[in-house]
Design a protein around this ligand. Structure first.
Ligand SMILES: *Cc1c(COP(=O)(O)O)cnc(C)c1O
Length: 357
């Protein structure tokens, strides 16, 4: 199936925001990608069209039963003006994994990857130049059959929108304070925690709100059954460095398999730093902390790449991690390496980046 992507042009161009006013996901570019699905034609009519509001029947299924999935990746501009994507084939593969779990028809990964490349190419002037900035790419699929019957939708829209985003850090990595959630749960075995479906985020807001009220930045989720084993942070996977060894929770069907997580594991292996995926209890982490063996904790995700954790609050225990470290951490080293690869500053021995031309 070789579908040509139609381009519907516009002369109306928005003013681009100043680099220091970017924030995250507040500004959108002039074009978007759209493709439709129905039972007769399958996925059809891939097109790049002017960015504009949608007109949807109030009965479309996404509004009622939440059949919606998304992805997140970034385009980076190198010093010499090239445009790079970081492992985008992983994002389209994960989109299909999400499709499968959410009863959405499979997409042609090649067409969607091609669409992302063409859209970014057309909008490359929107990629900001300043250190740490990038163009965030948000592919998503929504159920658009107008029907209140509960069944998988028979119609969908796949869209890709682009947003220039600011630097996550102002100069150096800023440690976050994390609340270990032991009341609410995010996901359970057999559920949808391992895919990027919108409802996972809707379900997480209450705990995030609670953590913020208590003065924390984000939530660390425990397993949904025993509330004992570590899963992940809001939109990041989590890593612990204990006695020189790095450990991260094993993908168990309720944790999202982050692409940054995978990249960190690969990089550590490449550096011959011991790393393992395992079932880890919060008790073990606390014990390591009490023994002085918990050297580092950090989150991984597309938005921040690496986010060091300065404090973990679990019930009455406060774990202050790597107090007074002078920036000479493994988290820093990983951050430097991955962002250097993303920006074309370092060699890319893993072939993670794809240049758009
Ligand atoms: C997207 C996401 C992550 C991070 O995945 P990356 O591919 O590294 O960006 C982690 N956890 C959740 C719940 C997510 O939705």
């Amino acid at each position: 199936m070789n579908q040509v992507i139609e381009l519907i042009k516009t002369d109306v161009k928005k003013e681009k925001p100043a680099a220091n006013a970017l924030g995250f996901g507040k500004h959108f570019t002039d074009y978007m990608f759209v493709m439709d699905y129905n039972q007769e034609d399958g996925w059809h009519h891939p097109r790049i069209t002017p960015y504009a509001p949608l007109v949807l029947d109030p009965s479309v299924m996404v509004f009622h039963y939440g059949q919606a999935i998304f992805e997140g990746l970034k385009a980076y501009r190198t010093k010499d003006g090239r445009v790079l994507l970081f492992r985008p084939e992983k994002n389209v593969a994960r989109l299909n994994l999400s499709c499968q779990r959410m009863s959405i028809p499979q997409i042609d990964e090649e067409i969607v990857l091609d669409a992302i490349k063409q859209l970014v190419e057309i909008e490359k002037d929107w990629i900001p130049n300043e250190e740490g900035t990038s163009l965030y790419i948000r592919p998503f699929i929504i159920a658009t059959e107008p029907s209140l019957g509960v069944h998988p939708s028979r119609e969908y829209k796949l869209m890709v929108i682009l947003s220039p985003v600011g630097s996550y850090y102002s100069d150096q990595l800023k440690p976050v304070r994390i609340y270990v959630e032991d009341e609410y749960v995010r996901a359970v075995p057999g559920g949808v925690g391992f895919v990027k479906t919108s409802g996972n985020y809707a379900a997480s807001l209450k705990a995030q709100e609670k953590a913020e009220l208590l003065g924390y930045d984000q939530v660390l989720w425990l397993d949904g059954v025993e509330r004992k084993y570590i899963e992940e942070v809001g939109s990041m996977n989590i890593f612990f460095k204990i006695n020189g060894e790095v450990v991260t929770p094993k993908l168990n069907g309720s944790i999202l398999g982050g692409i940054t997580r995978d990249s960190v594991i690969e990089l550590l292996k490449h550096w011959n730093i011991p790393v393992k995926e395992a079932k880890i209890s919060i008790d073990e982490i606390n014990q390591a902390f009490q023994k002085g063996e918990l050297e580092e904790v950090f989150g991984t995700g597309t938005a921040a790449v690496i986010s060091p954790v300065g404090e973990l609050k679990w019930k009455d225990t406060t774990m202050n991690i790597s107090k007074g470290n002078n920036g000479n951490t493994l988290a820093n080293r990983i951050y430097e390496e991955i962002t250097s690869i993303q920006l074309g500053k370092a060699e890319d021995p893993f072939n993670w980046t794809i240049e758009i031309k």
